[in-house]
Design a protein around this ligand. Sequence first.
Ligand code: ATP
Length: 327
Amino acid sequence: MSHILVEDLKKSFFVSERTSGVFGSIRGLVQRQTREVYALKGVSFSLEQGELVGYIGPNGAGKSTTIKILSGILVPTSGKCRIGGRTPWKDRIKHVGRIGVVFGQRTQLWWDLPVIESFDLLRDIYRVPDVEYKKTRDEMIDLLALESFLNTPVRQLSLGQRMRCDFAAAMLHKPDILFLDEPTIGLDAVSKLAVRKFIKTLNKAHQVTTILTTHDMDDIEALCERVIIIGGGEILCDGSLAKLRSQVSSRRYLKIHLANDDFFFQEQGVSIISKEGRTVTLAFDPLKISAASLIAHVTSKHEVEDLFVENPPIEEIVAELYANGES
Ligand SMILES: Nc1ncnc2c1ncn2[C@@H]1O[C@H](COP(=O)(O)OP(=O)(O)OP(=O)(O)O)[C@@H](O)[C@H]1O
């Protein structure tokens, strides 16, 4: 049985509309105009225990609405959602004991309290037995190297330190599901790598089913074998990064470092994307010309110092999918 099962989830909101002008304002006082906004238009997916999935989409796509429904904060307009055999918004109290949430943009720790006291408060809120609490807490302190700032008030921590504490806080009640919302936003390169390593460890060692929402495609490439893309309240693609690439285009790039400045090349299915100094980038369709024949063509006509075949960056693929979803 799937750990998370979502079937044809729909959610709409009614938003007030204001008519412009004085008459519009007066009419608005007596007769409120509303408009229905569809945040989710029938979203379906399922996740097995221990899966780590990237849930991505442009602004306003419906990511937060989905996560709020999955956490039991919002009730959908229609559709089904079962997590560990429970319906989140119906069994809310039991459900929140099974989930952990980390927001890159805000903390669940108490700003003025030392980190360790925030942890103790969370133990009381989630009613974690003391022996179990100490075991998990010490494991997290170790894994995330928190020892040196456990007695520092949260407001005095750097963003990287705070994020590590937030991860520990989310794990203290040993959830089997984690919702991560932009967990690396604003972090420096070293802290980003540390957070990604920790997410991987948690996911593998504890079999925590993890849904990661992010706009950072490096997070996705580093962490997710599977990606679900949502756009305009609908699922645009669900599968591996390889599937995602093949769904959009088979395009590849050949980057060439030339031995001298001159470059002239014409071939069907090949276009010159850029030429900067002696570095030329060609785009080609491997269904029309193989990388091997293209390289043979180029090297028969030009003296080449080095060359690489590259996939389009994942940002480019995702942007194309978002654009297709809008059209
Ligand atoms: N409480 C609400 N009332 C009215 N409309 C809402 C509400 N919450 C979300 N929406 C609308 O639903 C749509 C989806 O919003 P949602 O916040 O789920 O998107 P998102 O993918 O999380 O976007 P972002 O990346 O910007 O956070 C948007 O059009 C948004 O304006």
